[in-house]
Design a protein around this ligand. Structure first.
Ligand code: ADP
Length: 291
């Protein structure tokens, strides 16, 4: 398991019984290593939310195992799983879920206060984390005084303030316009590069998924051909920036391949290729200009 943060083996999840029985997950094997960014895509009903709930310890699998940081979730009772979640899992949702009566800093400090941190320490760490997401100047603002993108950055700071082993993001750009969504994606990519944050993100946006190191496609509760999604975008800031041009070329080639062989789930292949190709060409041009 060396630097594996999360190891899920043979995960199945069945809801209901008899004619109401639904097999939401049918044997998922997934390993996430430290500093790895994995995007999960798939059509509605394919099992994305069920998977996220299991990995967050919010629900128990029908069969299979999940180890987080070497701890087997199956041996934990409800309270212990809540504790593990509070200490080691950062959660980020499409709706920002901030408390409107609290300032940005108080919202970010909340998980620390719940974990028993002193008020001074919690607010110092919250302020530092708000600085890291570029919101030092908005610390005393309440959520309704912030733009959607800023609110999502506060939510990201709140998820990160506990320094989680694993950050789980459910459609984090779903409520944002494309400019704000891109800013969040840039921040997430930076976290992975600079802090070696492990991140699993569910998204419907193929362009955003392409910023991940690996894309896992779900269909009917199974992972379909995870390797084909392995098309990491050339990074401007990371170690892969140096060889951006060949990576970009490979990236475009793989995207084009996707348009020839329809992807194994129902999203539109053209919609998938267009943003990928645009991003890749942008990176390639920048790399050429820099050379
Ligand atoms: P996705 O997030 O990809 O849309 P879900 O994990 O929400 O998929 O759902 C997978 C399948 O499980 C769907 O058929 C859905 O109707 C079913 N399902 C999800 N949650 C429940 C539940 N609590 N009870 C019964 N069926 C459920």
């Amino acid at each position: 398991m060396d630097n594996a943060v999360l190891v899920a083996v043979g995960l199945t999840k069945t809801y209901g019984t008899g004619t109401a029985r639904v097999e939401a997950l049918r044997g998922i094997d997934l390993t996430l290593h430290r500093g790895e960014f994995v995007a999960v895509m798939g059509p509605s009903g394919s099992g994305k939310s069920s998977l996220l709930h299991l990995l967050a310890g919010l629900d128990r699998p029908t069969a299979g195992s999940i180890h987080l940081g070497g701890v087997d979730l199956a041996v934990l009772d409800e309270d212990q799983r809540a504790l593990l979640r509070r200490r080691h899992i950062g959660l980020m949702f499409q709706s920002f879920q901030l408390l409107d009566t609290l300032t940005a800093e108080e919202n970010v400090a909340l998980p620390l206060a719940i974990a028993g941190c002193s008020a001074d320490d919690a607010s110092r760490r919250a302020a530092r984390m708000l600085g890291a997401v570029g919101l030092a100047h908005r610390r005393q603002h309440r959520p309704h005084e912030l733009s959607g993108g800023e609110q999502q950055r506060v939510a990201l700071a709140r998820a990160l303030v506990i320094e989680p082993l694993l950050l789980l993001a459910d459609e984090p750009t779903g409520n944002l316009d494309s400019v704000q969504g891109d800013k969040i994606m840039t921040l997430l990519r930076q976290l992975v590069e600079e802090r070696r944050q492990t991140l699993l993100m569910v998204t419907h946006d193929a362009g955003h998924a392409a910023r991940a190191d690996r894309i896992v496609y779900l269909r009917d509760g199974r992972i379909v051909d995870g390797q084909r999604g392995n098309i990491g975008v050339p990074s401007k800031t990371g170690s892969r920036g140096a060889d951006a041009t060949p990576l970009a070329v490979r990236y475009v080639a793989e995207c084009v391949e996707w348009s020839v062989v329809p992807p194994p789930c129902s999203f539109n292949a053209v919609a998938f290729v267009a943003p990928c190709a645009r991003d890749a060409l942008e990176y390639a041009t920048e790399a050429e200009e820099a050379a």
